[in-house]
Design a protein around this ligand. Structure first.
Ligand code: SPV
Ligand code: MG
Length: 309
């Protein structure tokens, strides 16, 4: 029997992410909260998918403040990783507890095919970085313990551990952000994520100017959105995450469509603007299912007629 090459993967997601990091140029990720969103990101041409805690919480109608459990978030991240061929980077908030929780988390996420885990140096339960108010930071030494724990728990060396610095979010200043990043790099982080709010990219560019060249930097230009990924890359960023744009685009589009249907009493006005059912079927993998059916199912009634791929 010939080996099935249609479904086997020669690389893990983690190995593919490391390849992307090793290449010149900036790596671009889009946030998602379910496999459909992950496929839309992949189809659009993003290099990878960010399993966004904000998006997943919002998709459950919940605020992003560590209400969902690790298992709930992992179920979504794992389903997304399985649905795409690009690497999945998981937002793991604070690591769901102390260093022991981080070790458990890394083992589970690695088994689920996740390419990288990102843990942030805030106190559990954390609050989303853009929510004004409490943004308390974990002591540096305690967070370094989490990074070391994450490294030690991974089964292969491929899974990347991203240490997220929240000092600028917490208003603690550039010196502390750089000092924390340095400590996290020394503790063995494969990359650091410098998070920032405000509409100017200046603090992130300043961080990049002072940063050591040997540990890649990840940035999240949500509020400082006028700078391009290419400009961030030229300034020294290696990965740019568009963390929640799919969710926000969907909220606007769905709201407009629903308003129009109720206003007009029918959907005609929006039919040209909403995806046809053929696109839905395609994103579901119906054509592939049809091929599998023709190949393997002997007898019975076909699940579908001929479908466009
Ligand atoms: C997320 O997408 O959940 C993030 C990024 O952590 S942010 O919302 O910008 O903090
Ligand atoms: Mg998050």
């Amino acid at each position: 029997m010939t080996p099935d090459t249609t479904t086997s993967r020669t690389h893990t997601g983690a190995a593919r992410l490391r390849e992307l990091f090793a290449r010149p140029g900036v790596v671009r990720l889009a946030g998602a909260h379910n496999p459909l969103g992950a496929r839309l990101a992949e189809r659009a041409g993003f290099d990878g998918v960010w399993s966004s805690g904000l998006e997943i919480s919002a998709s459950q109608g919940l605020p992003d403040c560590d209400l969902l459990t690790m298992s709930e978030l992992l179920a979504v991240a794992g389903a997304m990783a399985a649905a795409v061929d690009v690497p999945l980077v998981a937002d793991c908030d604070t690591g769901y507890g102390n260093a022991l929780n981080v070790m458990h988390m890394v083992r589970r996420y690695e088994r689920a095919g996740i390419a990288a885990v990102s843990i942030e140096d805030k106190v559990f339960p954390k609050v989303n970085s853009f929510v004004p108010g409490r943004q308390d930071l974990t002591p540096v030494d305690e967070f370094c313990g989490k990074i070391e724990a994450a490294r030690s728990a991974r089964h292969s060396g491929d899974l990347m551990v991203i240490a997220r610095i929240e000092a600028l979010i917490a208003g603690r200043g550039m010196d502390e952000a750089l000092a924390r990043g340095e400590a996290y790099a020394e503790a063995g982080a494969d990359a650091v994520l410098i998070h920032a709010k405000g509409d100017a990219p200046r603090p992130v560019l300043e961080f990049l100017r002072h940063w050591r060249p040997d540990v890649p930097v990840v940035v999240v230009p949500t509020t400082y959105h006028t700078i391009t990924a290419a400009e961030l890359g030229a300034a020294g960023a290696k990965m740019v995450i568009y963390a929640n744009h799919g969710l926000r685009a969907a909220i606007s589009a769905v709201t407009q469509a629903f308003d129009a249907i109720l206003r007009d009493g029918r959907s005609t006005a929006i039919e040209e603007r909403i995806a046809p059912l053929s696109t839905v079927f395609s994103l579901q993998g119906l054509a592939e299912l049809k091929q599998d059916e023709e190949r393997f199912v002997r007898g019975g009634v076909p699940v579908a007629g001929q479908v466009a791929s």
